[in-house]
Design a protein around this ligand. Structure first.
Ligand SMILES: [Fe+2]
Ligand SMILES: [Fe+2]
Length: 238
C-alpha cells in the first residue's frame, strides 16, 4: 500500500480511470493539487489515507470512465468538447434563469444566494472565454501536433510560440474556476438545503453540485492527461 501513498494525485488520476471519481467522493482536489502525494492530499482534505488507498486499489468494475491515457489526443480533445464543453454551455443557459427565480423567492431570507449568483455570473463569463480559447486555438494545435507526428513530421510553429504558453494560461484559469466553485460551496454550507427550500432551490443546489463535479472531471482530463501529453509530443524529437 505504501507505493500508492507516495504517488502523486496526478499520476494516480491519469493511470486509474476510476480515481477521479474516488477523489471527488472524498473531497480531494485532483485538478489543482495534482503535484501532491496521495498522503499529502488526504491530509489537506482531512480524510483517511488508508480508506482512500483501499478504494483506489479495489477493482472498479462499475466505472463508466474509460482510460484516456492511451487514446489519441484528437479523440480526447473531441470528447472534452462534445461532452464537457457542451455541458458547461447547456447548464449556464439553464442555471442563469433558475438562479434568478431562486434569488427572487428566497434572497431575502438567504442572502448567500445573491452572493453565489454573482459568483456564478463571473464564472460563466470566465468559462465562456476559456472554452473559446481552447476550441479556437489550443485544441486545434494539439490536433495538428498529433497529425504531424503520425505522418513523421513536425507541426509548423504556432503563433503562441510553444504549447506550454496557452497550457499555462488554461491551467491558471482552471485554478480560478475551481476557486470560485469552492467559494460557492462554502457560501452554500456545502449545499445543505435549508428547511424552507422550494423545488427550484433544490434543483439549483443539485445542478450546482453536478456542475462542479463535471468541471472537476473536465479539468482533470485537461490538466492531467491532455496537456502533459501535448507538451511531451511537442518536445519529442521528430
Ligand atoms: Fe475545456
Ligand atoms: Fe480548460
Amino acid at each position: 500500500m505504501e507505493s500508492v501513498n507516495e504517488k502523486t494525485v496526478r499520476d494516480l488520476a491519469s493511470s486509474n480511470p476510476a480515481a477521479a471519481r474516488i477523489f471527488e467522493k472524498y473531497g480531494i482536489d485532483c485538478c489543482c493539487s495534482g503535484e501532491k502525494s496521495l498522503a499529502q492530499a488526504c491530509g489537506t482534505a482531512g480524510v483517511s489515507l488508508q480508506e482512500v488507498a483501499e478504494a483506489l486499489e479495489k477493482p472498479q468494475a462499475q466505472s463508466r470512465d474509460r482510460g484516456w491515457a492511451n487514446a489519441s489526443l484528437t479523440e480526447l480533445s473531441q470528447h472534452i468538447v462534445n461532452k464537457h464543453h457542451a455541458f458547461v454551455r447547456q447548464e449556464i443557459k439553464r442555471l442563469v434563469p433558475l438562479f434568478a427565480k431562486v434569488v427572487e423567492a428566497h434572497g431575502k431570507n438567504h442572502p448567500e444566494l445573491e452572493q453565489m449568483q454573482s459568483s456564478f455570473r463571473a464564472l460563466a463569463d470566465e468559462l465562456a472565454m476559456h472554452l473559446m480559447k481552447e476550441e479556437g486555438m489550443l485544441f486545434p494545435y494539439v490536433e495538428q501536433l498529433e497529425d504531424a507526428a503520425n505522418r513523421g513530421r513536425r507541426a509548423a510553429p504556432p503563433m503562441f510560440g510553444t504549447v506550454q504558453n496557452p497550457v499555462r494560461m488554461m491551467m491558471m484559469e482552471h485554478d480560478s474556476a475551481g476557486e470560485i466553485l469552492r467559494k460557492m460551496r462554502q457560501a452554500a454550507s456545502n449545499y445543505t438545503l435549508p428547511e424552507d427550500a422550494c423545488m427550484n432551490f433544490r434543483m439549483l443546489y443539485q445542478a450546482l453540485q453536478e456542475f462542479e463535479m463535471d468541471l472537476h472531471q473536465h479539468i482533470h482530463l485537461e490538466n492531467n492527461i491532455l496537456f502533459p501529453r501535448a507538451i511531451e509530443l511537442e518536445t519529442a524529437k521528430g
